[in-house]
Design a protein around this ligand. Structure first.
Ligand code: MN
Length: 422
């Protein structure tokens, strides 16, 4: 496949990717849906009339919306037709867009000129705890024992209902929160700024398909048509606040201070060539959680940390999405097993994606092993946990033997100092 749009072979966004996002540009303050191609964005609002396939011909209005929910709320055959249409329009052999100078001028915007926005109205956000090594490490650090201490963990995907109002787009600063914490060697809570701010390297799946009714369940084997695509997610976490508040109901304010996502939703269709075996599961889960097909992905993931006054970022973690013990299909089955209804645009966070090696861990808590092994940064500074002014950048990509790269762009945020209370 070759596009008439020229781009570097190392771009995150070749014609094989075509992720969806929502943007505004200097010439247009109205939010438009777009697709990333090389360094450009193809504005789907401007070319909606070119979606003339049998399914989308009567649905072109979904590309005129300011959010992706209406498009996500169609069916998988619609998404496949949209992808085929876009690949055809961008192909080097197709004159429709390529040779229409007027339209071409209106239809392409430089990514460097655009402002990206949260791409969908996220009705509900759930964060899971599905990668095995992260759960193992948290077990060791919090309970002093292994994964088997969580008696439920290998029987169902554990999660909590998060907060969607504080999900922000990459580039939005995050402010160190206030809360109640209990200092070491004490049992008396104190109130003040969080002292243990952390990031969590995660990915998240956008739910697609028409809304389900309350009472309707989706088994893992039927979840294929319900998962639109993936983004990177940083689940910023106030560890000291979390430690005091999470017993017995789970994380609350330690996780609602801001959650950053990357702007481009990479579709499952683009990721399909990078499917790998599911994580072996023992014991065998209940039938509602079983699916025979592979739904795990070889997505290489990295986290960079850059201190405020340093020009250099240090890559502090290299890990892989394939460490997921529970697949997104299984997460979705668990989410709906009670009859909980879904809406297109709902978001399912993976949980912190840690690998087995010390340099493949997905948060500071694990990387510094609960503060006992400080990380050395390229600037010479050390870190046990995040400091004010630190910028955390997450990146992810798939790559095949021919060097075709399906990238996620970046998910970035800077930690600002706490705002003093009056
Ligand atoms: Mn998390």
């Amino acid at each position: 496949m070759k596009s008439f749009i020229e781009y570097s072979p190392s771009t995150d966004f070749p014609i094989e990717n075509l992720p969806y996002g929502v943007f505004t540009s200097p010439n247009n303050s109205e939010k438009h849906i777009g697709v990333a191609i090389g360094d450009l964005i193809l504005d789907l609002n401007v070319i909606s009339h070119l979606f003339d396939g049998p399914l989308l011909k009567s649905k072109q209005n979904v590309f005129k919306e300011e959010k992706l929910n209406a498009f996500m709320g169609l069916t998988r055959p619609h998404w496949l037709e949209a992808r085929a249409t876009l690949q055809r329009l961008l192909d080097a052999s197709n004159p429709t867009l390529q040779n229409d100078k007027e339209l071409r001028k209106k239809a392409f915007v430089k990514q460097s000129d655009a402002q990206m926005h949260v791409p969908a109205e996220i009705g509900d956000y759930t964060d899971f705890f599905s990668p095995l090594y992260h759960a193992t490490n948290c077990g060791i650090m919090f309970l002093g024992t292994d994964i088997n201490a969580f008696k439920n963990w290998k029987h169902l995907p554990i999660g909590y209902h998060g907060r969607s109002s504080s999900i922000v787009i990459s580039g939005t600063p995050i402010t160190r929160p206030y809360g109640q914490t209990v200092p070491a060697q004490s049992s008396i809570p104190q109130f003040g700024p969080c002292r243990l701010m952390d990031f969590e390297l995660e990915m998240a799946a956008f739910v697609g398909g028409p809304p389900t009714a309350l009472g309707e369940r989706i088994a893992a084997k039927d979840a294929e048509d319900r998962i639109f695509g993936l983004v990177l997610l940083n689940d910023w976490s106030a560890r000291d606040i979390q430690k005091f508040e999470y017993v017995p109901l789970g994380p609350f304010t330690s996780k609602n201070l801001g959650t950053t996502i990357s702007p481009w939703i990479v579709t499952i269709e683009a990721l399909r060539p990078y499917i790998v075996d599911n994580f072996p599961q023992d014991p065998t889960p209940f039938p509602y959680l079983r699916h025979d097909d592979k739904f795990n992905f070889d997505i290489k993931l990295e986290a960079d940390l850059k201190p405020e006054n340093s020009s250099e970022a240090t890559t502090i973690s290299r890990t892989n999405y394939s460490y997921m013990y529970w697949t997104v299909k299984q997460q979705l089955a668990q989410q709906t097993v009670t009859g909980c209804n879904l809406r297109p645009g709902d978001l399912l966070g993976s949980g912190t994606i840690s690998g087995e090696r010390p340099d493949s861990l997905g948060c500071m808590l694990e990387l510094s092993w609960n503060g006992t092994k400080p990380l050395r940064l390229q600037s010479g500074e050390e870190r046990k946990i995040l400091e004010d002014g630190d910028t955390v950048t997450l990146r992810g990509y798939c790559i095949n033997d021919n060097g075709v790269r399906i990238g996620f762009g970046k998910c970035e945020g800077k930690l600002l100092p706490a705002v003093p209370l009056d």
